[in-house]
Each structure stands twice: as C-alpha cells, then as structure tokens.
Ligand binder design. Structure first.
Ligand code: CMX
Length: 440
C-alpha cells in the first residue's frame, strides 16, 4: 500500500503543480456560454467540473484515462484462464493514469483482500431492516454503518493538516472498496437465499469473490462480473452518482458519507435503477403478450403502449451519449460469445432493432439508442440471477471504483467546496426586463 501511495503522491504533486501553472496563465479564459434553457433544464452541456478518471464523448462513448472499453478489454490484465479485464487493473489505471502490469493488478487484489473484513455491526444494521426493504436501501445503510471505520473522520476530528487529506481518503477509499462485495453479497443472500451466507474465498479476485459469496460458481459468471465491474465503474464526472459523490465530498465529508450519497442518486430510475426497470419491463411485456419470445411487431406495440401511458422506455436514451453505448455493445459481444441462443438475450437484441426508430419518430428524444442498462439484466438472468431489484447494487459496487478514485484526486488536488449560484424565476424576470443584473 505504501508503494502505491508513493506512486500516487508523485503523480498528484506533479498534476497539482501543472494545474497551478495552468490557472495562473489561463485562469481568466472563458470556457463557454450558458443559456437560460441550460439553467432551467438540468445544466446539460455546461462544463463546470474537472474529473480526471474518465471522459465521455457523445459519439464514441466512455474513455478511461484515454482508453476505450475494447482497448481496456485488450490491455488490462486478466484473471488466470480468463479473457475479461480485472477491474482492479482499471482502478489502478484511474488512480495512477497508467496501465497496470499484472503485478500492479495483483497488488490491488491483495490490498483489497487484506482489507475486506466487515465489522459485525454493519450486518446488524442491515438485519434491522424489514426483509421487504429494497436492496439499494439496505446497501446504503450498510455503507453508512461502515462509516464508523472512517480514518479521515477520525483524523479530522483529531486535527488533520490539509496536506494529508488525500492520505486518509486513500485509506478510506481502499477499505470501502474492499468491503463492498461482502456487503452486497450479504444483502443478496439475506433477501433471496434465506440468509444462508457464504464466507469469502481469500484466493479469489475482487469480482470473483463477489460472485462466489453470492453463490455463483460458474466461471462464465465470474467473467461476467469482471466485465460488469469494469464497464460500470465510471462515466466522467457529471452523472448523478459521480457528481453527488464529488459534491458531498467537497464539504470534506469522508469517503463513506460521500459514496453513500452518490449511491442514493444511483438508486433513481433515470440513473442506475434503470437496469432493474429494463428487466421488469421485459417480464411485464412477456406476461402481457403471453410469450417469452415476442416478435418485433409485438415489441413495437408494447413500446407504443409504454409511451402512451406517459412512461419512459427504460434502458434507452442518455443525457450525453448520442450513439449506442459501447457498454451495451461490450455486453452484446459477451452474449454472442457465451449465450447466443438465450431467448431473453435475443429479445434484448430484438428490442435494440425495434426501439430506436420509434423513439426517433417522436422527434423530441435526443438519443434513441440503448445505454448500459438495456443489456445487463438479461445476462444476469441467464445465470439464474433473476431477482432484478438487486441489479443496481451490482452497479453500485462497480461505481465505487470510479467515484472513489476521483475523490482521492479531489483531495490531492485540493479542490474546494462546490457551490454554484442559483437564481429565482422572479430574479430572471427582473433581469429580462432590464431591472436587475443577476449573473455577476
Ligand atoms: N423513453 C421515453 N421518453 C424518453 C426517453 C425514453 N427512453 N428518453 C428520453 N425521453 C424523453 C424525455 O423524458 C424528455 O421528455 P419531455 O420533454 O416530455 O420531458 C424528452 O425525451 C427529451 O429528453 P432527452 O433530452 O433526450 O433526455 P434527457 O437528457 O432529459 O434524459 C435520460 C436522459 C437517460 C434520463 C432519458 O433518456 C431516460 O429517461 N431514459 C430512460 C431511463 C434510463 O434508461 N436511464 C438510464 C441512463 C443510464 C444510466 O445512468 O444508468
């Protein structure tokens, strides 16, 4: 861990010096203009954040430190006999900005293994909730209960020098990431498997262990988890879960508080919860049609029915992307390789052919193409993971890698409290009438 910290610190010091110079020379440069529509409509397209770990291109999709998903699949170290990337390697890449060797990746795996013990009171807190509680609520409660372990909170209370914020955040982030698979698997076994829990296996990688503790021993499922944990890890800084983690973190809330806040955002149906909504929607369609193999015409009718009842088609559309999400494509490739004849997976592909032209014909949807959530559930169902309310927990475990790597960077670069300006509609009206200047 100390070597990893030293390597990080050297990078962070160099980056901080570079940013200081950059701001000294160019700090007054204008980066764009903001329209009134943007102010009212979710701040779309306003560049107002720096997130080092990944960058989203509307046409190409996500790049992690410059690498696309297919490139990561090729270049990141794999598990023994595996062909999907180990997410530990992606974490290293996001944290240090350089591709990890096999040794670097194994080092992260062993750090996470050593820190993975979850204190009993976390399970007690989860057990105190009714069994009917949504798994995401259980998950966030588990993370909040784990906050008792925050090194940052403890050291801050004792009087921590600003220069050392990053160090305590580094410790918290790695401990939290290490413990999330155990918390997630505990929730799964508690809610769906009669509380018959499975102990971690100290020889497995981070995602393999998650699969194992959930009770899935098919090596293809372990591979799916590695791919899943890699592609869901980060999507630059403005999405709800990343932005919330960053925002709450800017108040110097520790990694546990900041991450839990972000995951409450991920639990919204327009964000991460869409993965459960997709499968729920497909199951409801199958029930209504009376077939598990709907025709394109039946799918088209069902889509129209969904739209007529004022609902969104889950898994389609995106606030930034304007093409098929490469995270969807990566999962489609996985499906073609491992389960090309699965009826549900094939239904997802039929939906992919049917939905975009319908959404496009409405004329108002900026992106009619599928996002990551349109595909993930069908692959999970194939392996018997049918309890779709659990899906967003898997997304949350993965998202920890990106948002916590970013939080460490936020601390190392000394990013300040985030505090944009807001206005009232009355003030806007006064401004439009030339009576008040509100933008200064
Ligand atoms: N089905 C029906 N209507 C849709 C739609 C969809 N899949 N996607 C967008 N629209 C609608 C919007 O609701 C909006 O309607 P109104 O003008 O009547 O309010 C209009 O089209 C314009 O929206 P947009 O600018 O294209 O999209 P936004 O940036 O506002 O929203 C998103 C993006 C993802 C919230 C939206 O596409 C959506 O609701 N999709 C379905 C939910 C989903 O899959 N979310 C997961 C996203 C990925 C993730 O974060 O995990």
């Amino acid at each position: 861990m100390d070597i990893l910290k030293e390597r990080f610190k050297a990078k962070a010091d160099a980056a901080a010096a570079e940013i200081k110079d950059l701001l000294k020379e160019h700090g007054n440069k204008k980066v764009g203009e903001v329209t009134l529509s943007q102010v009212y409509q979710g701040m779309r397209g306003i560049t107002g954040l720096v997130t080092e770990t990944s960058l989203l291109d509307a046409q190409e999709g996500i790049r992690f430190r410059g690498y696309s998903i297919p490139e990561l699949q090729e270049k990141l170290p794999k598990a023994k006999d595996g062909s999907e990337p180990l997410p530990e390697g992606l974490f290293f890449l996001m944290l240090l900005g350089e591709l990890p060797s096999e040794e670097d990746t194994n080092k992260i795996t062993s750090i996470l293994q050593r820190r993975s013990h979850v204190p009993a009171h976390v399970f007690d807190a989860i057990d105190a909730l009714p069994i009917t509680t949504h798994p995401m609520t259980m998950y966030v409660v588990g993370v909040m209960a784990l906050q008792t372990e925050s090194v940052f909170a403890k050291k801050y209370a004792e009087g921590l020098n600003k220069k050392d914020y990053w160090d305590a955040t580094f410790d918290d982030a790695l401990t939290l990431i290490a413990r999330l698979p155990r918390i997630a698997a505990y929730i799964y076994r508690r809610k769906y498997k009669n509380s018959e829990h499975i102990q971690p296996n100290g020889l497995l990688d981070w995602s393999g262990n998650l699969a194992h503790m959930m009770g899935f021993n098919d090596e293809r499922f372990h591979e799916l988890m590695r791919l899943y944990m890699t592609i869901h890890a980060d999507h630059e800084g403005g999405n709800v879960s990343a932005h919330t983690t960053h925002l709450v973190g800017s108040a110097l809330s520790d990694s546990y508080l900041s991450y839990a806040a972000g995951m409450n955002g991920l639990a919204g149906p327009l964000h991460g919860l869409a993965n459960q909504e997709v499968i729920k929607w497909i199951f409801e369609m199958q029930a209504e049609i009376g077939s598990d193999d709907p025709t394109p015409e039946q799918i088209a009718d069902y889509v129209q029915q969904t739209l007529k009842s004022g609902k969104v088609v889950p898994g389609y559309g995106h606030a930034v992307l304007r093409k098929t999400d490469p995270r969807f494509t990566a999962q489609m490739e996985f499906g073609k390789k491992h389960m090309p004849d699965d009826k549900l997976v094939k239904t997802v592909w039929k939906i992919y052919e049917t939905v975009p032209p319908i959404l496009q014909s409405l004329g108002k949807i900026k992106n009619p193409w599928p996002n990551v959530d349109a595909h993930s559930g069908a692959l999970l169902v194939h392996f018997g993971l049918k309890e779709y309310e659990f899906y967003t927990v898997l997304f949350a475990v993965s998202r920890a890698l990106g948002v916590l790597a970013s939080l460490i960077w936020d601390r190392a670069l000394g990013f300040p409290l985030e505090r944009p300006k807001s206005v009232t509609t009355n003030a806007v009206k006064m401004w439009l009438e030339g009576k008040e200047e509100i933008w200064d």
